[in-house]
Design a protein. Structure first.
Length: 303
């Protein structure tokens, strides 16, 4: 099975101040590395042994050259879309590993339909579904290419308007799998959600599996003719969390690797896939960088 991933590839500048920031000169640990929701998912899939094609905007600039070399070295089949510049993100880490991201994101353009032809499954980054024109272009490309097996991940929706565009796009493309966090689920549903299982049940349909994550509190899945699973939070064997960047993407990649080849999945497979995905997400927080290798990247890790 070839999984296509449509989403961002970014050059991340990660800044970890030793304490609270204040005005003036301050010391910090600064690192440069690859990121972007689309690229993060594609790289984790490739490391798990899943054939994957990444369709992403990349410019012919220094940042683009770095990202191309990284992706090709990870055995990702890369299709570059035209871009005026390569997307970049500044990631500010607090002492607990939580992050604030300052993004300079370049929209996707070009012949997406041709790029995704031949894919058995296409995963769409939610960041592409926050703008109505970009969302419409994605839906049109999927229809033109005849893609029916589709998943969507959340895109850090900041308001109901963002979520509304994504919700309409998900319905228009007939997405089979929706992966969002509890806050995003509340925006999609139009009301705050207090628990992941409640949110998953509201977003699920008979044709769609909705997966809702809630950080260390766990995750839940519902849909597909009454399939339901709830998982308590997972940890990385006592290792401290130093950077949450890319943890959700590691979760998503693990889930796709487990579920997409056996779609529609049986209820017991969904429960097992949630457990593996939670461990993958937790492991990703133990190193700085959105694509830092972990033991959970190996094919059949945790099987």
């Amino acid at each position: 099975m070839l999984i296509g991933v449509l989403g961002d590839s970014t050059l991340d500048v990660t800044v970890g101040p030793p304490g609270p920031m204040s005005a003036g000169d301050a010391r910090a640990q600064i690192s440069l590395g690859p990121g972007g929701q689309g690229a993060n998912v594609a790289v984790r899939l490739a490391r798990a042994g899943v054939p994957v094609r990444l369709i992403t905007p990349l410019a012919d600039d220094p940042a683009g050259h770095v990202l191309r070399a990284n992706l090709e070295g990870q055995s990702v089949d890369l299709v570059s879309l035209p871009a005026s510049r390569t997307s970049m993100v500044v990631v500010l880490l607090d002492p607990a590993g939580e992050r604030t991201m300052l993004s300079d994101r370049v929209p996707a353009s070009g012949d997406v339909a041709t790029a995704i032809r031949g894919c058995d499954w296409v995963h769409v980054s939610g960041y592409l579904l926050r703008d109505p024109e970009e969302a419409h272009a994605v839906v049109s490309a999927l229809r033109s290419a005849g893609i029916e097996q589709i998943s969507i991940a959340g895109g850090s929706f900041q308001a109901r308007a963002d979520a509304g565009i994504a919700r309409d796009a998900a319905a228009a493309m007939g997405a089979k799998l929706l992966i969002v966090n509890r806050e995003e689920a509340g925006l999609l549903a139009g009301e705050p959600m207090s628990a992941a299982d409640e949110a998953a049940s509201l977003l699920a349909t008979g044709e769609r599996l909705a997966v809702v994550t809630d950080g260390t509190r766990g995750s839940a899945a519902a849909g597909l003719a009454k399939t339901r699973a709830v998982l308590q939070g997972a940890s990385a064997a006592g290792r401290p969390s130093v950077d949450a960047t890319g943890a959700g993407d590691a979760f998503t990649a693990s889930l796709l690797a487990s579920l997409a080849p056996q779609w529609p999945p049986a209820a017991d497979l969904v429960a097992t896939a949630l457990e593996r995905a939670a461990l993958a997400g937790a492991a990703a927080t133990t190193a700085v960088g959105a694509q830092s290798p972990t033991a959970r990247d190996a094919p059949d890790a945790g099987a």
